[in-house]
Design a protein around this ligand. Sequence first.
Ligand code: ATP
Ligand code: MG
Length: 380
Amino acid sequence: MRGQENPFVFGEIIDDTNFVDRTEELNSLVRDLADGQKIFLLSPRRFGKSSLVAVALLKLKKRHIHTVNLTVSSYSSYAQFLEKFAEKVLRAAGPWDRVKDWITRFGKQVKPDINYNLSTGEVNVSLGKGAGFDPAPIAPDVFALPGELSKKAEIRMAICLDEFQQISQFNGGSVENVIRNQVQEQREVGYVFAGSQPSLMQEMLSAKRPFHKAGPQMFLDKISAEAWTEFIRGQFRRRGRTIDAEALTKLLTTADLIPYDVQRIAHELWDYAELGDKRALTADDVNTVINKLVSAQSTYYELLWEQLSPRQRATLQALAYRGAAELYSQTVREEFRLGPASSVQKALQSLDSQDILDRYRGEYFFLDPLLPAWIRAKTA
Ligand SMILES: Nc1ncnc2c1ncn2[C@@H]1O[C@H](COP(=O)(O)OP(=O)(O)OP(=O)(O)O)[C@@H](O)[C@H]1O
Ligand SMILES: [Mg+2]
């Protein structure tokens, strides 16, 4: 049994087999996308949006819905994003004999800026070259593609635009307008717009912005401790190992139930158990593993720390020791010399904009839950 693959995966999109929980979210996402709805999926970083969408698209594919998945932040310009959008949509809309004529027409329509190559079944879209090239005039045609193709080929489509909050970097408000206008015409195409910066996404969905009331919002929660416990226990059990309740609590609280970090610590614990052939894992073992992870990051944390103002450091210390609920209390402000509540507020906002903190259910939390562990170790 040696060398069995580590079942705890982080930093990658989780597939069907190791997907924990989220049954309801998955069902409703699949249903809504199949219905051609436009859904906004919001959560802080690393909560599992991309994984949820990937599994949902897989299920839709099995129902013969043609799927497209694009990460907006992967592209360096509006033109490149439009090219890849067109390419992926055209590819997904196959088989060719059904859409070929229409693609030729699309090519003529936006001429001379589009080239495609159907000889190999591959589509390559080029919308014009040069830094000065302005793709805005042809954007409506590109975003209309899914709707047109669905009609012509009599197919249904589901499209994910991941890291959607980045879209405004391309062309300010106008790109939002164009997408909104095209997308609302497409009854038979489901869209999920996923975003990692809830505050930016919410701004985008606010009144006076094009996406206001464009579709339902879905806030992705953390995965429950119960679901994680069952998953982690089960994986270790299959390998003939046990993990006690205290160890599990330590793991889950240190990870702050953030899916990425739960998997990361569990992954490290698995390797540690394999290496030492530990049959029964305890809180001491979890502590060893966490300390190892924290010290591996310490150079990075030091650099980060040096760049912060004294007030920001004090605020992080207070948060690391006392948690978010008491941050504004007089006792905590005095203990950590935080100054007036308004300064705490300012420090928190700045730490939020630096992606060190974010908000979940109205309270600030560390995006990297190992950072407070490092802060505590440092001042201990
Ligand atoms: N349902 C799940 N079951 C098990 N692990 C999960 C699940 N969802 C997320 N994870 C863990 O969290 C990690 C991050 O997930 P994912 O990349 O899907 O999140 P995200 O919200 O898209 O993050 P980002 O905002 O950084 O793009 C995964 O690599 C995996 O380790
Ligand atoms: Mg993601």
